[in-house]
Design a protein around this ligand. Structure first.
Ligand code: M6R
Length: 610
């Protein structure tokens, strides 16, 4: 999704802006640009379609300097990815602006602005903002007042960085519906879409709140809230490390992140267990007390995080006997759902900034849920600030757009949640201790699953020329199959579908032939024999099967069936284990296909617009 960086300093800020953009690359983008106000008080701009490195190369051919600047990586929403649509956008060499979000009333505004003589050079919705600020400046003669006025005219979501040559030492930052942080330096300030972009220059951050507008000079920062009152916002010291984003010798971030799962899982468990049992109140103050009242749980999330929620529903109903509904955030937020008494609302998000999930959380807070809980990987995110209860997964910074370690640590968090709830509803100490033991052995067992990489790599070669794939699972392995299909389509661009294996004969079997590889996850559990029958249905129709099975599943290599027999004894944590081979399969298929694994086309890491 679009990324914003900005700076006001005594020094030249162009390299800070470029480095900030590099650090936002993981969010996904298709064009990039930067602009500064130079020593002649002229706005200088450089933009490219493509990568930040191309921007850096273009910039170094025609460099400029400036002490106030803004920069942007664009993920196209209005208008195709090209130079004219890349940000910053400029109006009449007076105002320059970068934007993350969507302006919903842009068509009306554009007509009005054109009727007033303003010109448009791009297909973006952003240009209405920069032109409106220019127009307001003619009347107000003050950049901040002009921005106040424009914020009343535009509707939608927007994080903005705005500068003008009429006030060349000033930067205005606006946050409404899209994230924006302010980095506090010594005699300098920065803005960015996330903390990570600014870690090389500061560890001190102010998180703007919804509707805030910041008026930034080198030596002064004034923040106005949504009602335009001056407000103080506290400074937070980030504990993130500027260096976390190196590949540590791996070819791609995604592979590094797959292999860091044992550590990410043990970090997530740290301090959450006590004497072989779950520690008290790990989901927040008085969470155990709240859990005693729970009659049902509503889980809301998007994408991979939604899949983790689906697995949690199997656990919750089976282990705690508590009813659980799981819903996609973009659906939940636009329908009238019936909320029964004493329902806990749980949102799951790696980034904590996903627009639909955030909107669902805001809605939930008005809707009479028992309490709201955010399971999130980013401590300094909008979701963790908004929810009543918070559980942080400790996956560390996830750079690859395809989520891997965030997913498995979400599952660990959700399993802890289920046990914590079940404890308050009659789970025996012996059962709790057994589940905790399974969790404690998980890092080692995940590590073992990673050892099948070479075998999986060999299988991946079979997929490189395929256009479709079908993933099958039963029970809690169905969401694992869904996640496997999502990973494959995201990074290798192979069309992949997932089905409950029992549904095969109700339709999808018609698709099966020798060109449709069928992938199944087959742990040795009570559904194994049922699954085997489903696999027979595939083989009888000439389908080629790839089965990730427990070594005791008795599924052996034979004509039309490739089995990876794994040491993966079955317990409730099996969905976590069986996710690993599917991640590796997707990764190696994408490597063979030469795809852009860490930044797949059209996708963004953190989806901060609807
Ligand atoms: O940051 P979130 O967990 O809220 O993101 C939700 C989805 O956008 C995300 O999981 C997406 O599906 C991933 N690219 C999947 O790999």
């Amino acid at each position: 999704m679009c990324g914003i960086v900005g700076a006001v300093a005594e020094r030249d800020v162009t390299q800070i802006l470029l480095e900030g953009l590099r650090r936002l690359e993981y969010r996904g983008y298709d064009s990039a640009g930067l602009a500064v106000i130079d020593e002649h008080q002229t706005i200088q701009r450089s933009r490219v379609k493509g990568k930040v490195q191309e921007l850096a190369d273009t910039f170094s051919e025609n460099p400029f300097r400036g002490r106030v600047g803004i920069a942007h990586t664009r993920w196209a929403t209005h208008g195709e990815p090209n130079v004219k649509n890349a940000h910053p956008h400029i109006c009449r060499d007076i105002v320059a602006l970068v934007h993350n979000g969507i302006i919903e009333n842009q068509e009306t505004l554009k007509k009005e602005l054109i009727s007033k003589g303003l010109e448009f050079y791009s297909d973006t919705d952003t240009e209405v903002i920069v032109n409106s600020v220019y127009l307001a400046l003619q009347e107000k003669d003050d950049l901040l007042d002009a921005v106040f006025k424009v914020c009343e005219q535009i509707s939608g979501s927007y994080a903005l960085g705005i500068m003008s040559k009429i006030d060349p030492d000033r930067l205005i930052a606006v946050r409404k519906g899209s994230p924006l942080v302010i980095g506090v330096g010594v005699g300098e300030y920065f803005i960015a879409s996330d903390v990570f972009a600014l870690l090389p220059v500061t560890q001190q951050f102010i998180f703007l709140e919804e509707g805030d507008i910041a008026d930034i000079n080198r030596d002064q920062l004034i923040i106005y809230d949504a009602k335009r009152n001056k407000v103080e916002r506290s400074i937070n010291i980030s504990r993130l490390n500027a260096d976390v984003a190196d590949k540590s010798g791996y070819r791609h971030y995604m592979l590094k992140e797959i292999f860091s799962q044992p550590v990410a899982i043990s970090d997530t468990l740290e301090k959450r267990l006590n004497n072989k049992l779950i520690a008290n109140n790990i989901f927040g103050e008085q969470s155990d007390e709240i859990f005693t009242k729970i009659k049902s749980v509503k889980i809301v999330a998007c994408g991979t995080s939604y899949h983790s929620g689906l697995i949690a529903a199997y656990w919750l109903e089976e282990i705690a006997g508590i009813q659980c509904h799981v819903e996609i955030a973009s659906e939940f937020r636009y329908r009238n759902s019936v909320i029964s008494d004493n329902t806990l609302f749980v949102c799951i998000s790696q980034s904590g900034e996903t627009a639909d999930t955030l909107a669902a959380l805001s809605l939930a807070k008005q809707e009479g849920f028992l309490s709201t809980l955010a399971i999130c990987n980013v401590a300094e995110s909008s979701m963790t600030r908004e929810a009543d209860l918070v559980f942080l997964t400790k996956a560390g910074h996830e750079v690859g757009v395809a989520s891997t370690k965030a997913f498995t640590t979400q599952l660990v968090a959700l399993y802890l949640l289920v046990i914590s709830i079940a404890k308050q509803h009659g789970l025996s100490k012996a059962d709790e201790a057994k589940m905790v033991e399974d969790l404690q052995s998980l890092p080692g067992r995940v590590n073992h699953m990673l050892q099948y990489e070479d075998e999986i790599k060999t299988l991946a070669a079979d997929f490189a020329d395929k256009h479709h794939a079908l993933f099958l699972g039963r029970g809690s392995m169905l969401p694992v199959a869904m996640e496997g299909a999502l990973k494959l389509k995201e990074i290798s661009y192979i069309h992949a579908e997932s089905y409950a294996a029992g549904e095969l004969k109700h339709g999808p079997l018609a698709l099966v032939d020798k060109d449709m590889p069928v992938i199944a996850v087959a742990p040795n559990n009570h559904l194994l024999e049922k699954l085997k029958s489903n696999l027979q249905e595939v083989r009888a129709r000439g389908g080629r099967l790839y089965v990730f099975a427990d070594r005791h599943s008795n599924l052996n290599n034979s004509d039309g069936l490739e089995a990876v027999q794994m040491e993966a004894d079955y317990d409730h944590t099996a969905p976590i284990l069986y996710t690993i081979p599917l991640q590796l399969l997707a990764y190696h298929v994408a490597v063979i296909k030469g795809a852009d694994i860490d930044q797949p086309r059209n996708l963004a890491k953190s989806v901060t617009v609807e």
